[in-house]
Design a protein around this ligand. Structure first.
Ligand SMILES: [Mn+2]
Length: 238
């Protein structure tokens, strides 16, 4: 019996990775479709609600931009992450994983940006936050902020809400399979409480920065990331 479970978990892990790439390919096709049909308002009935999986956090900028452009105005963004990812440029790259939210705010694609789970931030991160009017909630004050963050109401007067979940928002005890491990993070229950109680029309979301090469042998983070995808899917379908 001991021998079969690692094999099953390995298979599940590979299936999850395959599924990630499959969904990414589908999103790519959808974005292409939007561009092709952008001049034809009758081509799409109802809102398009992409859920993007990663991978590198740089993907959030083009997705938020596409959603905002399609919906015709800024969205509110709820960003769960250990890092603010708001550098003007990181290692000379304006489109790096650490600069997505600077581009989103510069472009006017987000009306409000709430960053939750932050525990690795530089003075530039704070200055950029102030510059763009970002609401940054750091882990060191989470016990104080908890009741507010677990009862959020977002998106009123905007075109809806975009949720970006960097898996490293979670404490590494819950999700070690990430590239930038930062202890002192959110528990999985904290994240669930925030998502479950959020009052919002969630128009799009992403789950990013899961790194299978850093995961435990039994794919613990993959399962946690898959659960986040499930919760967001449920939230978006309401
Ligand atoms: Mn991060």
């Amino acid at each position: 019996m001991d021998g079969i479970f690692p094999l099953i978990y390995a298979c599940l892990g590979y299936m999850l990775i395959f599924f990630f790439f499959l969904v990414l390919a589908c999103v790519k096709c959808l974005v292409k479709e939007i561009n092709v049909n952008s001049s034809n308002t009758h081509a799409f009935q109802g809102p398009l609600r992409p859920l993007v999986l990663g991978g590198d956090h740089s993907i959030s900028f083009p997705v938020v931009r596409a959603v905002s452009e399609k919906l015709g105005g800024p969205v509110d963004v709820l960003h769960l992450d250990a890092h603010p990812d708001i550098y003007h440029a990181f290692e000379g790259n304006k489109y790096s994983h650490a600069s997505s939210f600077a581009r989103i705010m510069e472009g006017g694609y987000a009306r409000r940006l709430l960053q939750v789970g932050i525990r690795s931030i530089t003075s530039e991160g704070r200055e950029q936050g102030k510059r763009f009017g970002v609401e940054q909630y750091e882990m060191r004050t989470f016990s104080r902020d908890r009741s507010f963050l677990e009862n959020l109401k977002l998106g009123e007067g905007a075109k809806g809400v975009y949720i970006s979940v960097d898996v490293d928002c979670l404490d590494p005890a819950f999700a070690p399979g990430v590239s930038h491990i930062e202890p002192g993070g959110l528990s999985f229950r904290d994240v669930l409480n925030i998502l479950h109680n959020l009052q919002a029309d969630v128009v799009a979301a992403d789950v990013v920065e899961f790194n299978p090469q850093r995961d435990t042998v039994d794919g613990m983070t993959a399962m946690v990331a898959a659960k986040l995808v499930r919760e967001l899917t449920a939230k978006m379908s309401k």
